[in-house]
Design a protein around this ligand. Structure first.
Ligand code: SAM
Ligand code: SF4
Ligand code: SF4
Length: 350
């Protein structure tokens, strides 16, 4: 696919499709690569210590740069935005950014993924700025297991305070994400299901993924969706629910007794690349078309060198048009090459 074709397709209202026919619908924006946790599966603290060169203030995109990019992405068909990180609530004045994003033409959903520790402080301002909803990460109810999975930072009570603040601010429906790791928190699956049964919050279990290169991922550490469902099924009667929309990442289930809904994100055992309509921008302005990408396409330099909207659109649409990513399907077909460098989860935010 040539830039010329990209240019032709990237007019206002155009909706580029990648080489496998997938449209561009969702954009995840990382607003910082810093975090107040050190979850070993994401930012192991032996590597991400005080000496680690996190991005400096001038290196990360300014709010007006993010808003400009989001507007351009919206003109290419993006309808949903998610702010993430690192820990997005570490970014100063985040509500100012949200206020601008929710007002963009074509954007109908703006969400935030957070470890929730700072939510009690910010929930009201986020709601007032127009944020629609939050996804909160919680890997364990047991404080000792939680401690191990957060790198010794925070405790479950802080997360529950964050959930309560999100409820009070009506940042709902709240989704709760739990990454399941063999021999680490698999015994937390049923207690978490019990805790959120009947609350109206949607608990989602995520298979542990081989994102990045620092977390020593191994297939033996993945608890497959089938086993997660089996464990929940031993405690509750559950039944599958149709997807909300084509390409929904989580497989949905509901408790037969009316206790609400859960989701399973089976990216390893049942990959969903065929319906993947998601792009990601790192905090320093690189465009990634896959969670397992190596090199992003730089958008910051053209932004700062005064590129026109047309030139930026051409760069974004051109990248999407050439997209052939299907990493998780390839992983399922054959073990991926070990040596390849991949972007880290905290850089693009999951
Ligand atoms: N700091 C925020 C948080 O933890 O919610 C937002 C960024 S975090 C990278 C986004 C999500 O990615 C979290 O729910 C986290 O549990 C998940 N995650 C990180 N590393 C992962 C991995 N290796 N496999 C599966 N999920 C992962
Ligand atoms: Fe931080 Fe989220 Fe990564 Fe944990 S998963 S280290 S909270 S960015
Ligand atoms: Fe999308 Fe890449 Fe994940 Fe496949 S592996 S679903 S292409 S992000």
């Amino acid at each position: 696919m040539t830039e010329t074709t990209a240019e032709a397709v990237a007019g206002p209202g155009a909706n580029p499709r990648d080489e496998f026919g997938r449209a561009l619908r969702d954009l995840r924006i990382s607003v910082t690569d810093r975090c107040n946790f050190r979850c070993p599966y994401c930012m192991p603290e032996e590597i991400f210590d005080e000496a680690f060169p996190f991005q400096k203030r001038g290196e990360i995109l300014r709010f007006e740069e993010i808003v400009r990019l989001a507007r351009l992405f919206a003109s290419l068909g993006v309808e949903k935005l998610r702010l993430t990180g690192g820990e997005p609530l570490l970014r100063a004045q985040l509500p100012r950014l949200i206020e601008e994003l929710v007002g963009l033409d074509g954007i109908r959903d703006v969400a935030l993924t957070t470890n929730a520790v700072l939510l009690p402080r910010h929930a009201d301002a986020l709601k007032a700025a127009g944020l629609h909803r939050v996804t909160i990460s919680l890997d364990a109810l047991d404080p000792e297991v939680f401690g191990r999975m957060s790198g010794g930072r925070g405790d479950p009570e802080q997360v529950f305070d964050g959930i309560a603040a999100a409820e009070r601010a009506s940042l709902t429906p709240i989704k709760i994400n739990c990454v399941v790791q063999r021999a680490t928190n698999e015994d937390q699956i049923v207690p978490l299901a019990r805790r959120f049964h009947g609350t109206g919050h949607i608990l989602r279990f995520i298979e542990y993924m081989d994102v990045g290169t620092t977390n020593s991922w191994d297939l033996s550490q993945v608890v497959p969706a089938s086993e997660i469902l089996e464990r929940i099924g031993e405690a509750f009667a559950i039944e599958p629910v149709d997807p909300n929309y084509a390409g929904e990442v989580a497989r949905r289930y509901r408790y037969s007794d009316g206790g609400g809904e859960i989701g399973i994100i089976a990216s390893v055992s049942q990959p969903f690349c065929g319906g993947c309509t998601r792009a990601r921008i790192s905090a320093d302005g690189k465009l990634f078309t896959c969670l397992f990408g190596s090199e992003g396409r730089d958008l910051r330099e053209p932004l700062r060198e005064g590129a026109s909207d047309e030139a930026l659109l051409e760069r974004i649409a051109g990248t999407w048009l050439r997209r052939r990513d299907r990493y998780s399907e390839e992983r399922a077909e054959r073990a991926p090459a070990r040596a390849r460098r991949k972007v880290e989860m905290f850089q693009i935010g999951g």
